[in-house]
Design a protein around this ligand. Structure first.
Ligand code: 13P
Length: 261
């Protein structure tokens, strides 16, 4: 079976200007170096806002940091008259590896449908960016359909109709657990991750399912991360609020230290 390297991703959302972003990445790097973090044990990526990407890319490049860089969105189009959009080509030029697609805040506030998400995933594949496809149910959907139905449906919709699948990551973020402190249990997260993986195996192949990393997101902190990552089904976490604090986020990245506790 393919070894999946745990992925610790920090979604800064609409927080921090580029100077604050540089300071945070520097502090994160020092903190992880101090703790002798081995990036082969857990990959660490930050997802700043668009205006910070260039500065942080320059820092990563100049100082040879092992922290990876991601964007929070991508245009479905490659170029042209789409005011305010950012193309995959422009992101790739900044040595960006990952792009968040279909975060529940975008689905909710920017009317991103499954079709839009699918088109953005296609754009990421065209530009050799790894989409981190966010899926998750609202409280109403949880009550009506259980936990896995919506995330599985959203996953398959995002992956449908591509000529070839590139590498992708799925982030399961129950909407009711985002920024609320109301966290899914490790068992709930593992059970939904398994159902998503089984659906990918059925729709595509065991091989694709085995190599795909499935993350949990929603009120993750250093104090609760180990519970999620103890399950072999959960391959990492997508962190919002706690990723804005370098010490807290590095504590999350070093989750392996808490696994035996
Ligand atoms: P919080 O960690 O702040 O709950 O946010 C989760 C999230 O939406 C990450 O994308």
């Amino acid at each position: 079976m393919t070894k999946r390297i745990p992925f610790i991703a920090g979604n800064w959302k609409m927080n921090l200007d580029h100077q604050q972003g540089i300071a945070l990445v520097q502090k994160l790097d020092w903190t992880l170096k101090d703790a002798a973090h081995n990036y082969a044990d857990a990959e660490v990526a930050v997802f700043p806002g668009f205006t910070s990407l260039r500065s942080i890319q320059t820092l990563i490049d100049a100082d040879g940091l092992e922290i990876k860089l991601g964007a929070q969105d991508i245009s479905a189009y490659d170029s042209g008259a789409y005011t305010g959009e950012v193309s995959g080509q422009a992101l790739k030029k900044l040595a960006i590896d990952y792009v968040l697609i279909g975060h529940s805040e975008r689905r909710q506030y920017h009317n991103e449908t499954d079709e839009v998400v699918q088109a953005k995933v296609a754009a990421a594949f065209r530009h050799n960016l790894v989409p981190v496809i966010c899926v998750g149910e609202t409280l109403e959907e949880l009550e009506a359909e259980g936990a896995a139905a919506v995330p599985v449906r959203q996953t398959l919709a995002a992956l449908a109709g591509h000529d070839a699948l590139g590498e992708f990551v799925i982030a399961y973020e129950p909407v009711w657990a985002i920024g609320t402190g109301q966290i899914a249990t490790p068992e709930q997260a593992a059970s939904v991750a398994k159902k998503i993986r089984d659906a990918i195996a059925t729709e595509f192949s065991e091989d694709v399912a085995n190599k795909t990393r499935i993350l949990y997101g929603g009120s993750v902190k250093a104090a609760n991360v180990a519970g999620f990552l103890r399950s072999p089904e959960v391959d990492g976490v997508l962190v919002g609020g706690a990723s804005l604090d370098a010490v807290e986020f590095s504590g999350i990245a070093r989750f392996q230290k808490h696994l035996d506790l």
